[in-house]
Design a protein around this ligand. Sequence first.
Ligand SMILES: [Zn+2]
Length: 380
Amino acid sequence: MSSQQHPLSRRTVLGGLAAVGAVPLLTPVTAASAAGARAPLRSDARTKVVLLGTSGGPGWGATEPPRMGIASALVVGDRYYLIDTGEGVGFRLMDAKLGNWESRAALSDLRAIFLTHLHSDHISDLSNILSLGAYNGLVAADRPVPVWGPGNRGVLPPKTGTHPMPPITAPENPTPGTQEMVDLLVRAFATDFNDRSIDGGMPAPQDMFAGYDIPLPERLVDDPNGDPHPRMKPVVFYEDDRVKVSATLVQHAPVFPSFAFRFDTEDGSVVFSGDTGPSHNLVRMARGADVLVHEVIATEWAAQRYPEPRSAEDEAAYRHLIKSHTPVEEVGAIAEKAGVPTLVLNHFVPGSWPLEKWQAAQQGYSGRLIVGADLDEIEL
Ligand SMILES: [Zn+2]
């Protein structure tokens, strides 16, 4: 998402009140945690999803339970795959004890990275993985690690609201895709890469990772401002000895391309929605999957954040929130339609919303609902 999440959690509010003596200092338990915070789910299955970060949006703020930026791992035996790389992913890889974490090499078992879209809250720590990777296990095996994600949008999005057209950032190439972005990050960190390879003997970036654009048929990408969510069959774009990965376009306009991913393994299948409003393409791709990890937004919060009457700017921001994300009251019906037995919520907007309110996702859904928390492990 592109707007800020609410900066104040109840804990922050209570802490602030405590500081001025309004409540006793020793009252750290919030209403939200009292209403259902729990220990992370554990699984020793060979193939499992690990929720690394579950907060949606770029804003910083304390949440209960603590939520890092959006990122997930799919573990298949002694290898794992990353889906998005939001803020804090490195710390969470260590917390989840992935790779040779005890030897400070959490990236040793990383096989590939998949980016659903290029909003900053989904990719902000990609630069950390790439630039710090040599010291955290990225040099260990199966290299270079591919970084797969959306290609170049090709055209700027339409302007919304009544504000004047702003200056364009990098007008010579204002919408770089994943391959270009990885190359540009390498250039931005060239001083460090050169220093560490010349002076320290570390591998060159091209020996550790490489960026790739997910290929799409031409008819799907020729008009991102006309139809950003064209109907399509999922496209298989990656396969190795453990996973087959397919992508489909989802509804996150004006961001384009914006993907959901499906991973098929010999132990089962999982779909990650990425950021999306209700999506026919996603339902199609999720049919027959064992687990659906789906984003969600609290519509009540969005309405509170942009109260009526709204200015044109606020109306545009409000509509982006509720059309390009999935209301908590609607996500259950999506999982039901897809026939998926387990629905896992992530990318909570806002991350600070009371836990019990996310239970509204059970509406219209007869399967198992998991209101996701950082470090939850869910077997396929
Ligand atoms: Zn987004």
